[in-house]
Design a protein around this ligand. Structure first.
Ligand code: HMG
Ligand code: MG
Length: 302
């Protein structure tokens, strides 16, 4: 059992933000490779509207066809009842709902306000609980909102409480625009852990301002053990609107392994997988720092 759990979101949060649309066969190969390097919690896709996220319009096909690796927990985004029907057909392990701490971001992301979005999800959450499905709930914009600016901790807590009432098993705190700083993340975690034990909280850091690893380290020191990240930093394409700068999985794995904290992930194999993704999926240089540093070292040696 590893000391920390890396929740890999490259196939979902990564690909939803890439300018290129990756075909289903390549997505299946990506999912196979992610499990093979030792990742044990993998977000497969997203059962949202294909009009809103065309990059994942093949979610049903991908979820039906991909090869399950024993011992891996597979999740997908589920925004509403229609998404939950698709999730059930796919027979995945974890339904991941999402809601923002800021009103303006929620409105842009799901076309309705926070309360309306939560209310509409209540019967879906009840079904998920009755079906024995694990419910992961993302709270976005916890450190700041691209439209509203500052987001008070009280607004995050209000949403977290509502999600716990709905039966959330796990809360993933999303620094959607990567604006957070370590002190803020520590204070946020202290506040949220007053509502739900740290074991059930994850940090979903984005690296937009280059602070994701500092925030991960500070969350670890507070006692957090679950971290979301994306292979090679997939997503956050600088040419795409809404670029988000996902934290690269190799960066977080390298940080922990070099600190003597077991992640269960084979870093060399993960770096090879990032190289494969750059070559075969995106065709653009992936931003992951450890990946780029390893590549540069290899070129110097050659
Ligand atoms: P809407 O347009 O208000 O929906 O979108 P609607 O209920 O009025 O339905 C409109 C049409 O969409 C209808 O079809 C529905 O059937 C269909 P039509 O009659 O026009 O042919 N529809 C669906 N189709 C497939 N699957 C569904 C579904 N639901 C409705 N589940 C909706 C509302 C929520 C659907 C839309 O706004 C949406 O899909 N938004 C998703 C946006 C998104 O995926 N954002 C990115 C994920 S969140 C994120 O990345 C943050 C995170 O990483 C954490 C962090 O970083 O902070 C998690
Ligand atoms: Mg995200």
């Amino acid at each position: 059992m590893s000391l920390v759990e890396i929740h890999e979101v490259g196939a979902r949060d990564g690909l939803q933000n890439e300018a290129v649309v990756v075909n289903a066969d390549a997505k299946l190969e990506l999912l196979r490779r992610l499990a093979a390097v030792g990742l044990r919690s993998i977000e497969v896709t997203s059962f949202v509207s294909p009009k809103w996220i065309p990059q994942l319009a093949d979610a049903d096909e991908v979820a039906r066809r991909f090869e399950r690796h024993p011992g891996v927990r597979y999740s997908a985004l589920v925004p509403n009842a229609a998404g939950y029907e698709r999730f059930c057909r796919a027979k995945l392990d974890v339904a991941a709902f999402f809601v923002s701490a800021s009103e303006a971001h929620n409105q842009k992301n799901v076309n309705r306000g926070i309360e309306a979005h939560l209310d509409a999800f209540r019967p879906v959450a009840e079904r998920a609980k009755a079906d024995g499905v694990t419910l992961r709930c993302y709270v976005s914009t916890v450190c700041g909102c691209p439209y509203q600016g500052a987001v008070p901790v009280g607004d995050v807590l209000r949403v977290v409480r509502r999600l716990l009432e709905l039966g959330a098993d796990e809360i993933s705190l999303g620094d959607t625009i990567g604006i957070g700083v370590p002190r803020q993340v520590r204070e946020l975690l202290r506040a949220v852990s007053g509502e739900v034990p740290l074991e059930r909280i994850a940090l979903h850091a984005h690296d937009t301002y280059g602070r994701a690893l500092a925030n991960v380290e500070s969350a670890f020191e507070v006692g957090l053990r679950r971290f979301d990240s994306s292979l090679g930093g997939l997503g956050g394409c600088p040419y795409a609107p809404g670029a988000s700068g996902n934290l690269a999985s190799e960066d977080v794995v390298d940080l922990f392994e070099r600190s003597g904290v077991d992640t269960g992930v084979d870093l060399d194999a993960l770096v090879e997988t990032a190289a494969w993704a750059e070559r075969e999926l995106t065709g653009r240089a992936l931003p992951g720092r450890v990946y780029r540093a390893r590549l540069a070292a290899r070129e110097r040696e050659a």
